[in-house]
Design a protein around this ligand. Structure first.
Ligand code: NCD
Length: 370
């Protein structure tokens, strides 16, 4: 069991560079996939996740978290991430859990409490040994880790990171295809707002050799340049296209990573674009007025974006025989239910790898699995 750490002196830059794992997960925060530096770290997770699979399939109880306490603090809706962390905690024999699914409705965040104070609160009141956090702000998990004496696991932060989803996606690819090298990955949908695809692509580029990414999306939902640069620095090849290029990309793909068009971010995204286009002039316009302009723009961009990217039986005909379709889920209209029974559709199996992966990460942080 990791010992509680001393908090560092407060600095403004605490969220800039999460500490690399350097081969050791015990007591570590899991904030960003950028903490991974070695392929071996990911391979160790594969091995531990496989051991967790064996335990779950054979109903073998584990006591990794015996006597320990885990707090789940969720500020955004979640089905898979929340339930799999909850189940993983129980299956590892945690003695106590504080399951807070409705932080924005039921916690003192409603009264304006800061995240820093909320983290200190839940550590104090529950004596948590591990805190799992989902939050709409990009730097939330780094802020939480800064104010938490115990490890923090990022269960999704804003539009930036979802490292445990990236781990489970990578476990899925390795388990289903038997390799993570030389893969052609086509990602479609909302590459601008989706945090899962950014984290997955970065992790695969770090862990895998010779990976090619085809990022296919409407112009307004393009993968940010900063992420593309990072992938290239890590040796990946990146192609960018729109729906006209989708069929050609699918034909080549080993992994088709489909994402939901995230309507909840569209108004904010339109607002960012308008502010950027206006430059200094934006300061002269009241924020309510900017929001008023952004709303219809966001709604119309959303309607345009959802068409042309649906994965259906026709598109699966041109895909390879040995490939997989994955999706972090929830899906809305981007995957036709008609392909659910296609053996290449791995998105429902993918969720179970989430349970094994989260059990693996919790036990590795705890130091009971190496
Ligand atoms: C995603 C998320 O919350 O980032 N879901 C998940 O964790 N499996 C993706 C989404 O909401 O579209």
């Amino acid at each position: 069991m990791p010992v509680e750490r001393q908090l560092e002196i407060e600095t403004e830059e605490y969220y800039e560079n999460p500490k690399p794992f350097n081969g050791n997960f015990e007591g570590a925060d899991i904030l960003s996939v950028e903490q991974f530096t070695q392929r071996e770290e990911v391979e160790r997770i594969f091995a531990v996740a496989d051991e967790m699979r064996r335990c779950v399939e054979n109903r073998i109880s584990r006591s990794d978290l015996d006597g320990q306490s885990v707090a789940l603090l969720f500020y955004q809706p979640s089905s898979r991430t929340y339930s799999s962390f909850h189940a993983a905690t129980q299956r590892l024999g945690a003695s106590y859990e504080t399951p807070m699914h409705g932080m924005t409705a039921y916690s003192s965040a409603v009264k304006g409490e800061s995240l820093a104070d909320t983290i200190r609160t839940f550590h104090a009141t529950t004596a948590a040994d591990i805190i799992v956090l989902r939050h709409p702000d990009d730097n939330s998990s780094e802020i939480a880790a800064h104010f938490s004496p115990v490890p923090v696991i990022n269960a999704g932060s804003g539009r930036k990171e979802h490292p445990t989803q990236a781990v489970l996606d990578t476990v899925t690819v390795n388990s289903e295809l038997g390799r993570i090298d030389g893969l052609v990955v086509t990602a479609t949908g909302d590459l601008r707002n989706g945090r899962t695809i950014k984290s997955f692509a970065k992790l695969l580029a770090i862990a895998g050799e010779g990976v090619t990414f085809n990022f296919i999306s409407p112009e307004v939902l393009k993968m940010p340049e900063s992420v593309i640069k990072q992938l290239e620095i890590n040796g990946a090849t990146v192609n960018v296209g729109s729906n006209g290029d989708l069929d050609y990309a699918i034909e080549q793909s080993d992994v088709l990573y489909v994402t939901r068009i995230q309507d909840e971010w569209f108004v904010q995204q339109a607002l960012e674009d308008i502010v950027e286009a206006l430059g200094d002039k934006a300061h002269d316009i009241p924020p309510e007025k900017l929001l008023e302009i952004a709303k219809p723009v966001g709604q119309s961009e959303y309607s345009k974006a959802v068409t042309g990217y649906v994965i259906d039986e026709e598109r699966m005909k041109i895909a390879k025989q040995h490939m997989i379709v994955v999706h972090p889920l929830p899906r809305v209209t981007e995957i036709s239910p008609r392909i659910d029974k296609d053996p290449r559709s791995a998105y429902f199996r993918q969720m179970r790898y989430g349970l094994y992966s989260r059990m693996a990460l919790l036990s590795m942080i705890n130091g009971t699995a190496q």
